[in-house]
Design a protein around this ligand. Structure first.
Ligand SMILES: *[C@@H]1O[C@H](CO)[C@@H](O)[C@H](O)[C@H]1NC(C)=O
Length: 347
């Protein structure tokens, strides 16, 4: 990658179409896999047994998912709309006020296609977001199918005939595959509980948006805007998990595992794949008048005060690194790795 290039235009005749093709193939494969998990029974669910009269699986049947207070349709709409609108809004603002760290080169391929920098960033961030959304769906569905853990209302949906099964005590474990007399479709969906897909999707979406807002938005005038947006989104995601538990659709462990799945995918994609929403070919950082000694002594004073801890940590690391080798210099290597390191040490 040409880092030293001064002009803001990059020529490439073959690289972009090739990468675009590979990425479209991967994307199509991911969507297809998510579709097979979601709408077909290509992957049969693992059949687990149960204890007779088990209290933790005997909650009343709350009805199909559509009758929930937060039905899947609502979750899918919110999970699609909020990040898309946030990223569109943020990119348009950053483009028109020319925020630092959000400038991209225009790529020119074979005289025909100009990849506008604004368009590149929007397509990249939304593309990675969509990829993560389908990946989260696949992870959650795969976990549900492989474990076959039952929902809290499993026995109400299954309606086993205890006399026919010969249940006397609660310690008796039933492995009979035809023990259930209820509606087979409802029983099948009552076997898919761990991890909670709704919790995973909402946390993934919230965390991706929160990291976007925190790392890209520059709100110099107000200190509480970004925390308010971030905490509201995370609170909504938590609420989805709470409602799942309250409606006897999932256990706490399912919801926590869903949170972990979605959160881990969001953190991985943002830190390792799209480099904290900054540009890839990193240009030398903007010159700040600073003396290493004073910065090391009191980093809070020397750095701009309206910055997230991540940015602050990154600045500290950069100064520390340059201080190790020489009295003072800007890092010659692109500091692509620093943000991910600083995040992984925090999370
Ligand atoms: C349960 O099984 C017993 C014995 O096979 C049978 O007599 C009874 O009618 C069954 N009950 C129901 C509700 O199916």
């Amino acid at each position: 990658m040409a880092v030293e290039e001064k002009s803001n235009v990059k020529n490439s005749s073959s690289i972009v179409p090739c990468f675009l093709f590979v990425e479209l193939v991967i994307m199509a494969g991911t969507v297809l896999l998510a579709y097979y998990f979601e709408y077909t029974d290509t992957f049969p669910v693992h059949i687990q047994g149960f204890f007779c009269y088990d209290k933790s699986f005997s909650k009343p049947y709350p009805g199909p998912d559509n009758t929930s207070k937060i039905p899947p349709v609502l979750i899918y709409s919110i999970v699609t709309a909020i990040p898309t609108l946030t990223i569109l809004f943020g990119e348009l603002c950053a483009f028109f006020i020319k925020a630092e760290g959000t400038q991209e080169k225009t790529i020119v391929t074979a005289d025909c296609c100009y990849f506008n920098p604004l368009l590149r960033r929007i397509v990249r961030f939304l593309g990675v977001y969509a990829f993560g959304l389908f990946t989260t769906t696949i992870f959650a569905n795969a976990g549900q199918v492989v474990t076959g853990n039952q929902t809290p209302h499993f026995l109400s949906a299954c309606r086993p005939n205890y006399t026919a099964l010969g249940c006397q005590s609660t310690m008796q474990y039933i492995t009979e595959r035809r023990a259930c007399t209820g509606n087979p479709l409802i029983v099948m969906s009552a076997r898919k509980s761990f991890p909670s897909k709704d919790a995973a999707l909402s946390v993934y979406s919230a965390l991706y948006t929160v990291m976007y807002v925190t790392l890209v938005f520059k709100t110099k005038g107000t200190r509480l805007t970004k925390p308010t947006i971030s905490l509201t989104l995370l609170c909504l995601a938590m609420l989805v998990g709470v409602v799942r538990v309250a409606e006897y659709r999932n256990h706490w462990a399912d919801v926590l595992a869903g949170f972990f799945t979605g959160g881990a995918i969001a953190v991985f994609l943002v830190t390792c794949v799209i480099n904290n929403f900054q540009q890839f070919q990193s240009s030398p950082p903007p010159q700040r008048p600073q003396h290493p000694e004073s910065v090391l002594g009191m980093p809070m004073v020397a750095l701009p005060c309206v910055e997230s801890p991540l940015e602050k940590l990154r600045g500290d690391l950069r100064v520390l690194r340059s201080h190790d080798h020489q009295p003072y210099r800007f890092p010659a290597t692109p500091d692509v790795l620093i943000p991910s390191r600083s995040i992984s040490s925090e999370v």
